[in-house]
Design a protein around this ligand. Sequence first.
Ligand code: CP
Length: 337
Amino acid sequence: MPDLTHWPAVDDADWKRLLASARRHQRAGQSWTDAAHGKSAGLLFFNPSLRTRCSMERAAHQLGAHATSLTPGEGTWNFAWEEGAVMDGAEAEHVRDALGVLSRYYDALGVRVFASLSDRRQDETDALMQTVARAASVPVINLESARYHPCQALGDATTLAAHFGKDALAGKRFVLSWAPHPKALPRAVPHSALLMAARLGLDVTVARPDGFALDDTVMTQARAYAEAHGTAVTEASTPDAAFDDADVIYAKSWAGGRVYDDPAREAQQRASCANWRVTAERMARTRPGAAFMHCLPVRRNVVADDAVLDGSASVHLQQAENRLYAQKAMLEHVWEI
Ligand code: CP
């Protein structure tokens, strides 16, 4: 059964096929087929979404399939997650039973379940998404888990291939630039952006303040992808120089490592780095034709200035549109059509 729950589980051949398929859908634009006529997708959002929910529903519809979106606890029962739970509290249904039932109604499931940012082990092992994957008996598409956001990554790869041309990507300088934010945020998007860029053969710099390292295993995987292309993944701890001669600035906030053991200290560290905001002056250090990327939602004038988001370099709306094409490719992949 195709596995789109665990991003590195997508092998190189599938990754190339998915990207080529997403590009074909992108070139076709908003278009309809009945390739998936009679198929159905059940979409569970344990966390809020605008882009992922709407683009998955539209992707299914444009392929001739049907999609149902569910917000657990709002119009469904509340779900228990723990193995062996004694369910005498507010949760009326175990997530294992819910996934088992939904697998009998739908041909694929999509699930969003974010990092807790309080239980390090649960987040590092992507335990909730793994529980979902074990309980389902139809393919599961990860709509953002504690560690990965493959739909975003494939959409972003589609955006880069369109912006630069697929054959001109190799060696382009991609900077994943940590950004300020009033809230501690999970690492699924930066992990996936890093892996995506390294897998495309870009030369990657992770620019982030001290105390905001990404997970070691993801860095190691990204370095292996880069090595296979003869490129590299490096790190920088100041924002300005990292922007010099960059071809892509991908801005994203994520929580510091202290979030699990000392959240107050992590919040202090994050607040002290407000000067990492992406400004027009910083963008002026990049190469001509450089792209500014953000997965959205974005806090304007906190993460990046209006002048950057509304400037000619920004491709954030194309990224959002390309989610539709990426997810059409993913649905076709899991349904083997
Ligand atoms: N980028 C992204 O996944 O957007 P949503 O959280 O709105 O789905």
